[in-house]
Structure formats: structure tokens, C-alpha cells
Design a protein around this ligand. Structure first.
Ligand code: ADP
Ligand code: GLC
Length: 488
């Protein structure tokens, strides 16, 4: 019999996306389905997302405890061309019926009722796992993701028979921390309140609930699984994670090799593969520069173009990139294209750089899927100097596009990018560039070296691109590992 999986997440491409979690909540369920699992994807019914669902019908209603009030919640089922299985959504106008970012007010602060929103979502998931709507569908496994769904494994204790639970940490930096007062308002179970349970420095952490109560905890790369067990990366949860190492697994994310494929990416002006990579990338570079109002000469097209697509937060090291830009502009012919959104001070600093160096620093502030694809194809070098990176998807996209990544040696970056050392070049495994100290001077030193290779050794550059395109990051392998965990 097919294994039944309830996959609960707070975002999923192409319905609603703020980052890589959405890509995973799309790619992994699809790959599980291809391996014959019976999947139901469960999401909150965000206002902006509902228009994208087709054939929406109501499965039933539930009364769910919120913060000092009880909500009538409707469970809807819909379909979408991207998904070969039904999508279930938890509809509650008071909590999810608002447009914009799923976690934040347009002014940049968290929605003040986030604890209630995701507690209600988690309670709905647990009730569905108990077939509370009598749909005759009980999951064998509930797979929850990040703090927004962290309470689900704890809540499953009330489900009989209890399904197995898997909790995936996509980013330990977001702990879902709330106060004791909120805990009481939400009427969460008193017996979870201890340092061995959800309590965390006087308040509680929804992420911690997931780690403590899930049968299996995974994170999104083998290196990050080790890193989070150390104080440097553990955000105070490293001791707990070390004590749970028996159930902690690092499984590298896959990527969607159809959507992120230069051979048939619809956002490119010219598709390409290894054989015509030079010509293909050049055509896309021209289109990318024109998109920013440039009219590049042949000489300008030959210059190295460095790109970055990122949430603009401290994690991603955009400050390090900005520090490197001045000396690189002064002493090389490199140009930069940066796409991102996030903290206002980074956005402003990038705008300032673009205004100061027209034609050499090009900036787009906002979220733009099409431009992200064109950038991957049109740049020569992709910058991803994250201080920590649980997995990271853009370095894998870059490798697929032959856009050599420059990364800090951490998390999933360390697991996917093979540094162009002499030994790795000799072994024909090198596919990018790695630096080993999380400081701008280390990044800068590496970039001098990268730009020298780009200028002087096109033969080596080609060899690195060849290796980059050879890598296989399709979801199939990782999905099989998840299925093994589900079964055991
Ligand atoms: P994280 O989830 O930490 O942001 P990932 O590398 O896992 O990092 O995933 C980021 C995803 O979001 C990628 O698919 C990337 O292309 C996309 N992305 C981030 N910022 C933007 C943006 N401004 N415009 C378009 N896509 C973006
Ligand atoms: C998080 C991490 C990122 C990872 C993504 C998907 O947002 O920051 O490294 O790739 O989740 O797992």
C-alpha cells in the first residue's frame, strides 16, 4: 500500500514563496509522489494564494482553540497544475485572510499574532492526521517544516493511532520564540512546559517543540547537521541537538531540474547546454545588461559579471560583498548585478552603490523570479558568501547554469561547491570557489584569484563549468532518503 504523507508547510512554490522553504515544499512532495507516496500538501489559506487554486471545495469545518478565543476553521481542498495531488488549506479569515508576506507586516515587523496563526495551523494539521473530518484518510507520516509547524509533532500525541513524525529544520536562526503569557493564552499543554520540552529561557520555542517531539529530525545538508550541534551555529539549541543526535539526519535538498535548466528555461533569451555555453551565456548577459538600461559594447560584454540573488539579511553576507565592490571596481573591469529584498539598511546601501557606479553596479530591489533566472544565465560568477547556509539553492542553480559560485565554507555550500584547488583541478572535480573565513578580506582575496583565472585561463574556466554542469542535484536521491526515514 502506498505510504500516506501529510506534508505541512508555511509556504510552497508556486503558490506562495519567501525563500528556499517554498522550493522544497514544492520539489520534495513532487518527488515523493513520483516514488508512489500518497501526498497531501497542507498550507495556510493566505489571501494572496487562494486565487491560484482551482476546483476549491470545502472538506469540513473544525473548532480550534486560538489565543483566548475559538476559531471556526474551514478545511478546503484545491488543485493546481503544478501539483499532481490535492492541496489542503486551513482557512481562517481572522488569521490568514490578509495579503502580503506570510510572516510580516508590510512595514517589516512580524505579524503580532504569529503565535496564534501557526498554533491554529498546527492544531488543524493534528486534527486532520486524526481524520477529524472523517475523510477516511489517515497519514502514516506527518512531515513538518521549520518553527511554523513545530508544534505538530507535539500535538500528535493526542492522535490514535499516532502517525510517525518527521521535522525538518530549514533554518535554526528562526526559532519561533514567544512568551509564557502567549503560551497560556493559547492553552498549550502544561506538561510540555519544561526545559526538556518547549520552554526556552522563560518563554517557549516552537522550533524546539519540533526537535523534542518528532520521531525523526532532519536538516537540509550533512554539514549543517554537524554545525547546529556546535555553540557557534546552535542558537542555544546545540546541547539539545547533540542529545538528539541519534535521530538527527542531514539530507541535502534537491532542486527542480526542469525549472532551473538552461536548456529549456523560458525566462532566458537563449537556451544553452554545455556545447554552446559560451554563446548562450553571452546572449543572456547582453539581455541582462539591457534590462538594466545598458547598451553594452563587445568589450563590455567580455568583462566579468558577478551576480547575487538573495534575501537581504545578515546570514547572506551581502555586507561583505558591498565591502569588496569598491576595491574591485577600482582595480578590475568587473561589474555587478544584485537582486534582493529584506532589511531596509541593506536595500538603501545597494541603491546608493548603484547610483554611485552606474553601469558597473546594477541593483534590483524586490522579488523577481524572471530576473533571477536571467541573472543565473547571464552572469559569469555567482556570489553566495553566506555566514551560515543550511542548504542554499542558488549555488546549485548557478552550477546548473555554468555560473561559477563563490561561497563561504559552510552548510550546504560546503557540500555542493568543490573548490578550485590544484588537487581538485587535477582530479577534475572542481566546480567553483570556496573561502574559509567569514570576513570580507577573505572574500576579496578569493575574488582577486577568481577574476585572474577568468581573465587569464579560459581553458580552466571551461573545465570548471563542465564539472558544474555535470553535478546532479535532482530531488530523486534525497526523496528516497526521506522515504527510508518515513518507513523506519
Ligand atoms: P533562503 O531560503 O535562505 O532564502 P535559498 O538559497 O535556499 O535561501 O533559497 C532562496 C530562494 O529564493 C531561491 O529560489 C532564490 O532564487 C529565491 N530568491 C531570493 N530572493 C529573491 C529575489 N529577490 N527575487 C527572486 N528570487 C529570489
Ligand atoms: C532555509 C535556508 C536555506 C535552505 C532553505 C530550504 O531558508 O536558509 O539554506 O536552502 O531553507 O531548505
Amino acid at each position: 500500500m502506498a505510504l500516506k504523507v501529510l506534508f505541512a508547510a508555511s509556504e510552497a512554490y508556486p503558490l506562495i514563496k519567501t525563500g528556499g522553504l517554498a522550493d522544497v515544499a514544492y520539489g520534495l512532495p513532487l518527488a515523493l509522489h513520483a516514488e508512489r507516496a500518497e501526498v497531501r500538501l497542507l498550507l495556510p489559506a493566505y489571501y494572496d494564494m487562494m486565487g491560484k487554486l482551482k476546483e476549491v471545495q470545502q472538506l469540513g469545518s473544525l473548532q480550534i482553540q486560538g489565543a483566548g478565543r475559538v476559531h471556526t476553521v474551514h478545511i478546503l481542498e484545491g488543485s493546481h497544475a503544478a501539483f499532481p495531488f490535492p492541496i489542503w488549506v486551513v482557512e481562517c479569515g481572522a488569521l490568514f485572510g490578509r495579503s502580503g508576506n506570510p510572516y510580516m507586516h508590510p512595514d517589516g515587523y512580524d505579524w503580532p499574532d504569529n503565535a496564534e496563526r501557526f498554533t491554529v495551523f498546527a492544531r488543524a494539521a493534528a486534527l486532520l492526521a486524526d481524520d477529524a473530518l472523517q475523510l477516511n484518510w489517515r497519514p502514516d507520516v506527518v512531515h513538518a517544516h521549520d518553527w511554523q509547524t513545530g508544534l505538530i509533532p507535539a500535538l500528535l500525541e493526542a492522535v490514535n493511532p499516532r502517525p510517525r513524525s518527521v521535522f525538518t529544520i530549514h533554518n535554526l536562526a528562526y526559532g519561533g520564540y514567544f512568551s509564557r503569557a502567549v503560551y497560556d493564552q493559547l492553552q498549550l499543554a502544561w506538561h510540555w512546559w519544561s526545559s526538556e520540552g518547549v520552554e526556552f529561557y522563560g518563554g517557549f520555542s516552537m522550533l524546539k517543540a519540533g526537535i523534542v517531539y518528532a520521531d525523526v529530525v532532519t536538516t537540509v545538508s550533512p554539514t549543517y547537521a554537524q554545525e547546529i550541534c556546535t555553540p557557534e551555529f546552535g542558537y542555544g539549541l546545540d546541547g539539545l541537538l547533540r542529545s538528539r543526535s541519534y535521530k538527527l539526519h542531514g539530507i541535502l535538498n534537491g532542486i527542480d531540474t526542469e525549472i532551473w535548466n538552461p536548456k529549456h528555461d523560458e525566462y532566458l533569451v537563449q537556451n544553452y547546454g554545455l556545447r554552446d555555453i559560451k554563446k548562450g551565456k553571452l546572449a543572456n548577459k547582453q539581455a541582462l545588461l539591457e534590462r538594466f538600461g545598458q547598451n553594452p559594447t563587445e568589450e563590455q560584454l567580455a568583462r566579468p559579471l558577478l551576480g547575487m540573488v538573495s534575501r537581504l539579511v545578515e546570514q547572506k553576507g551581502v555586507d561583505m560583498v558591498m565591502e569588496c565592490i569598491h576595491p574591485l571596481l577600482a582595480e578590475t573591469n568587473a561589474a555587478f548585478v544584485l537582486i534582493g529584498s529584506g532589511h531596509h539598511h541593506y536595500e538603501q546601501a545597494l541603491y546608493d552603490l548603484a547610483a554611485r557606479y552606474p553601469g558597473r553596479v546594477m541593483v534590483y530591489i524586490g522579488y523577481n523570479e524572471a530576473l533571477a533566472h536571467l541573472l543565473e544565465a547571464g552572469c559569469d560568477i555567482f556570489l553566495m558568501p553566506s555566514r551560515f547556509e543550511p542548504c542554499g539553492l542558488n549555488q546549485m542553480y548557478s552550477l546548473n547554469y555554468g555560473t561559477l559560485p563563490v561561497v563561504y565554507n559552510t552548510g550546504g555550500l560546503a557540500d555542493t561547491v568543490v573548490n578550485a584547488t590544484e588537487a581538485n583541478i587535477a582530479a577534475d572535480t572542481a566546480n567553483g570557489f570556496v573561502f574559509y573565513l567569514p570576513y570580507s578580506h577573505a572574500l576579496l582575496g578569493t575574488l582577486w584569484w577568481v577574476l585572474r583565472i577568468f581573465a587569464d585561463d579560459q581553458k580552466l574556466w571551461r573545465a570548471l563549468q563542465r564539472n558544474a554542469l555535470k553535478a546532479d542535484f535532482a530531488w530523486k536521491r534525497s526523496a528516497k532518503r526521506y522515504l527510508e526515514l518515513y518507513r523506519n
